[in-house]
Design a protein around this ligand. Structure first.
Ligand code: 48N
Length: 329
């Protein structure tokens, strides 16, 4: 019985060993996406409405979709393999840092590495599944700079939904041409270079990050190790929060590498103390690594503040300022 006729949906006419595929019956190379097939030529939404019977999308071939995505992603990986600044964690602090840096320094190449598929960290809800987000003044000035509306309650302000804050901040960060978000990607180690000091001959400076797909990073225990990727950068800003599967990642790694003696450990909730401390203490913890947001509470043993987010935003403002002062050194 002769083998079934092979119907190939590939425009490739040879399978590499000289056998020419049957003339492709299935392939009518898709007209270019903006081709003049019978695609609906609507130019405005109004032209679409009440005109559905003749509606059709412009033609496309699946491989065009794949290439449109993969070409760009791998070009970004290539470009950002050498970054000026890497921000670990796209929570409220990391995104605020990125917003300030993206605004101040459009010449710097900034990579954001976020373990979750969805960036935003803990800032999609105000607290305990409640929507509204509270920020104590003067953090309202950050909201004003982002044109995020809020209700003024005197000493604090309230954004009607935390997602309004986070989505607005995220959209502005993603619009910067010099900022690239790599989400669903985990920093699973730090790149170091020897930087001995009189106090610590084993001191290092941080020179980039080691990354892997988050799903791989979460399964090192049940899969043989899959080697990671790397991004070189003279400056890393770590804002990995205090909880979650990789919480306080960088500062825990610094202790393992004997670059920090021990962690102070986050203390009980005290809003007044916590927020001032986090903003004031945002700093370069070891050469080449700035720590901000709630990750910092693990370093210094600062209190936690619970469901107020002004310190996250202003820690990001401070982290960006620290980065630019280090950068200009
Ligand atoms: O939102 P978080 O967790 O961290 P911050 O510091 O931006 O904001 C903290 C804030 O949400 C609070 O915790 C509030 C104020 N409550 C305080 C309190 O008292 O409870 O964002 C950290 C982000 C997350 O999106 C993680 O997925 C990500 O960092 N992340 C990482 N991304 C890449 N590589 C890693 N190793 C990694 N670790 C965490």
């Amino acid at each position: 019985m002769s083998p079934p006729a092979a119907i190939h949906e590939s425009p490739i006419t040879s399978n590499g060993n000289g056998l020419a595929f049957k003339k492709d019956l299935a392939v009518k190379h898709a007209a270019p996406a903006n081709g003049n097939g019978n695609a609906n030529q609507a130019k405005t939404l109004a032209e679409l409405e009440n005109n559905w019977e003749s509606f059709t999308f412009s033609p496309i071939r699946e491989s065009q979709v794949s290439r449109a995505m993969t070409r760009r992603y791998f070009a970004d990986l290539d470009t950002y393999a050498e970054s000026d600044i890497v921000i670990i964690g796209a929570g409220s602090c990391g995104l605020s840092t990125a917003y300030m840096l993206g605004t101040a320094r459009p010449d710097l190449r900034i990579a954001i590495i976020e373990a979750g598929v969805a960036p935003g960290g803990g800032a999609w809800l105000g607290g305990q599944l409640f929507s509204a987000m509270v920020m104590r003044k003067p953090a309202d000035v950050f909201l004003t700079s982002l044109s995020i509306p809020y209700e003024d309650e005197g000493d604090f302000v309230v954004v009607k939904h935390a997602a309004l804050f986070t989505s607005t901040l995220l959209s502005k960060v993603l619009a910067f041409p010099n900022v690239k978000l790599f989400n669903a990607t985990t920093v699973e180690d730090l790149i170091t270079r020897p930087a001995p000091t009189a106090e610590n001959p084993d001191a290092v400076r941080i020179a980039g990050v080691v990354t892997n797909w988050t799903l791989v990073s979460m399964h090192h225990d049940d899969q043989s190790c899959m080697d990671p990727n790397t991004i070189n950068a003279p400056l890393v800003i770590s804002t990995t929060g205090h909880d979650g599967p990789f919480g306080a990642f960088s500062v825990k790694r610094l202790v393992q590498m004997q670059q920090l003696e021990k962690l102070g450990g986050m203390r009980g909730l005290d809003m007044a103390t916590a927020e001032d401390a986090i903003v004031k203490q945002t700093r370069e913890v070891v050469k080449g690594l700035i720590v901000g947001g709630m990750e910092l509470s693990e370093v210094d043993g600062a209190n936690r503040m619970g469901p107020t987010f002004g310190a996250m935003a202003l820690s990001g403002v401070k982290a960006a300022e620290e980065a630019l002062s280090v950068w200009e050194e």
